[in-house]
Design a protein around this ligand. Structure first.
Ligand SMILES: Nc1ncnc2c1ncn2[C@@H]1O[C@H](COP(=O)(O)OP(=O)(O)OP(=O)(O)O)[C@@H](O)[C@H]1O
Length: 219
């Protein structure tokens, strides 16, 4: 059995007297897509953000490729996020004043590794080659999510964290975006943790877990 890409253990999050989850454990393997389901308010987004140290957890350990993420200082965490993680968040939207191409190029620029050929390749892969110079406001919801996917993958992250990537799309576009994400992950061998309310999106995952009363159960 190969070593997991990500091993999270003992994850605990409380808000005051409310315990959102306690002693959660989770593993993800290279190339695997894991869907995280659960009712609204069950703590899915908090868990996802906690795994990336975007939100502080009360306890727990998150080991990504042998490195203990939560034990790093803030700049170490930021660097690891920049280099090894990709995010597709609804709220983490594309920057409105940058055109499509510049939005997708951003993760490479932030690492000081501009790569025009790679940006073009990702734009083509998500079917936005012709919209490269368009501003986000000129795009549809489905196109915007495809920009977000291209941006999340352009720097070849080992792990993509996706929070409701199809939440505001109609079923046909949601399906298109999910299949594209799936295909790109497969081509790049990246793992993905996908928070979703959509049974259809969850079906495309390799494994499904449900966050229920602060515990993770197979779904
Ligand atoms: N800063 C905070 N202070 C107190 N409670 C919070 C805070 N942030 C989130 N919560 C609570 O934690 C719970 C889980 O929120 P979270 O967004 O993780 O749920 P979710 O499962 O992702 O929900 P949804 O599916 O609706 O997005 C909610 O009850 C929310 O009100």
């Amino acid at each position: 059995m190969d070593v997991p890409l990500l091993t999270a253990t003992g994850l605990t999050k409380r808000y005051g007297a409310q315990t959102l989850f306690e002693h959660l454990s989770l593993t993800l393997h290279r190339g695997e897509m894991l869907a995280l389901l659960g009712e609204s308010g069950s703590g899915k987004s908090t868990l996802l953000n906690g795994l990336a140290a975007l939100e502080p957890l009360d306890r727990g350990q998150v080991v990504l490729q042998g490195r203990d993420l939560l034990a790093l200082d803030e700049s170490g965490q930021a660097r690891l996020r920049r280099e090894q993680l990709g995010f597709v968040f609804q709220a983490f939207h594309v920057l409105p004043h940058l055109n499509v191409r510049d939005n997708v190029a951003l993760p490479l620029l932030l690492q000081g590794k501009p790569d025009a050929r790679r940006v073009t390749e990702m734009l083509e892969a998500v079917g936005l080659g012709a919209q490269a110079r368009h501003l986000p406001r000129q795009l549809s919801g489905g196109q915007l999510q495809r920009v977000a996917i291209a941006r999340a993958l352009v720097h070849r992250p080992v792990l993509v964290l996706a929070d409701e990537p199809t939440g505001n799309l109609d079923p046909a576009h949601a399906d298109q975006v999910m299949r594209l994400l799936r295909q790109q992950l497969r081509e790049q061998g990246a793992a993905c943790l996908l928070v979703t309310h959509s049974a259809h999106a969850a079906e495309l995952a390799d494994r499904r877990l449900r966050l229920e009363d602060g515990r993770l159960v197979e779904a």
